[in-house]
Design a protein around this ligand. Sequence first.
Ligand code: SF4
Ligand code: SF4
Length: 356
Amino acid sequence: MLKLDKNKLQDFLKAIEEEYQIQLPVKKADQTDFCNFEDTLKPNKGLEIDLNTRLSVKSPKSYLFPRSESYLEFKKDNERLDFKLKELTGKANLIFGIRNCDQESFKILDKVFLQEPVDQLYKRRRNSTITVVARCLEQSETCFCQLFEIEPAGSETGADLYYYNYNDGLYFTAGSDQGELILSDYSQYFKSVEPEIEKKLNQEANQFNGKITADSDNPLMQNKPELLYDNKEAIFNSDIWQELANRCLECGICTYLCPTCHCYDIQDYSADQSGERYRCWDSCLFSNFTEMAHGDNPREETYQRLRQRFFHKLVYFPEEQEESLACVGCGRCLGSCPVNIDITEVLALAGGVIND
Ligand code: SF4
Ligand code: SF4
């Protein structure tokens, strides 16, 4: 374990900025979100690095899977159509200060995008992204990652670097060879750690990783996420979806902020003999999401689309991906839905269907 004094953090980030495009949690007007480190150096922007907030408004998924991107150029030359995949330019990404729930969400995105047929756009970003996880030793009232067997204080591998935020320092360990390399290449910023502090931090992490269980008082932990999977027919056909749909505004915020939602649309834009192909995030809550070219729509009603969102996360995804659920309990949908629909309410309502 190595310590970086907090008053040296900016110097360290400036040094590694030579190699990486750094994104990190930044506070502006009481809201924390990921921003480019270079913007925090501009006084007129009023941005402040935020090492304490556990939940950024947006998830960091956009650094692997951008909200929209133009990725292909095409040109018609007489009868011939030429395509060219756009190059990924610039430095590798380093995402600093993500929480372990978001780190785990990358594993879910990996299952979607890195299995055959491999999504080359995602792969090239994933391969050039370093992640630095801030270990949680406390939870917020909207956290329930342990319902999905995620360890909030992090484990030993998965991210490239992990750190504890403790008193005047950040205490780092490496989770990969790349992380080891960063610690050794920039060793002038780090110092060794007294064994008692290392022991204390590791003990706290072990205790916290096992602290919130399904039996705890946390109301978000009361319903098992396997509920839909185990009772799919009864819950699929229940009235809960219509009840929820009566409130849903179909705004799509839940899917845009969710770190594991990954649906997208593809559009071509062309003029004369050339054009570009874009892809952009889509949402299963949108009424035209499954609309077909001939006009039919198998999920015409809001309740069908709402049901699809939660069945995808808790039934279809685990059916396809060796029982892996597509939620990490980050709590973003708890705080962001304008009519307070979230996955814990769905589980509670589904529990009522089974117990009736
Ligand atoms: S955020 Fe809430 S209101 Fe908006 S689409 Fe999602 S469930 Fe519906
Ligand atoms: S469904 Fe909600 S709690 Fe689960 S990963 Fe998505 S935003 Fe987070």
